[in-house]
Design a protein around this ligand. Structure first.
Ligand SMILES: [Zn+2]
Length: 148
């Protein structure tokens, strides 16, 4: 595994929203302290599950476990926010909000961090990066993958 990519918030940006932790999502968020990306997998049908939950959305199996994820993804959809959508995004606009398809086969809502967010396009290869949260966790975001 390569070293994690860390991204700093823009100078003067508001503090990020700290996502609440549920029993189902706790292993996901604990792994972000490393930081490391993990995905929930269903042991019954061997499919990845995201977001973390109590039962598999495909087979309703409850034998779910977390496994390391590659951190590689492709942009499925992207929208550029010219103004912050809420107070926790103050000082960040314009920024790219994206749905990315992870290599493992699940879709994640995230930000693609770029100096030129308007150039982020559907089909772009991206890699996970991490923005520190004030509680020691990291928020998974994505950056354009320079190697592809
Ligand atoms: Zn299943």
């Amino acid at each position: 595994m390569s070293d994690p990519i860390l991204v700093a918030p823009p100078a003067g940006a508001a503090e990020r929203f700290r996502p609440p932790v549920s029993a189902a999502s706790e292993p996901f968020w604990e792994a972000t302290r490393v930081p490391r990306l993990v995905l929930q997998w269903c042991r019954s049908c061997e499919r990845p599950v995201h977001f973390p939950r109590e039962a598999c959305p495909t087979c309703l199996g409850t034998e779910l476990e977390f496994r390391p994820a590659s951190g590689r993804a492709t942009v499925h959809a992207v929208s550029v926010m010219a103004k912050p959508a809420n107070p926790t995004m103050d000082g960040r606009g314009p920024y790219a909000v994206a749905l990315v398809d992870l290599a493992e086969g699940v879709r994640m809502l995230t930000n693609v961090i770029s100096d030129e967010p308007a150039t982020v396009a559907v089909g772009d290869a991206v890699s996970v990066a991490w923005e520190p949260l004030s509680d020691g966790r990291h928020l998974p975001v994505f950056v354009l993958d320079p190697s592809r």
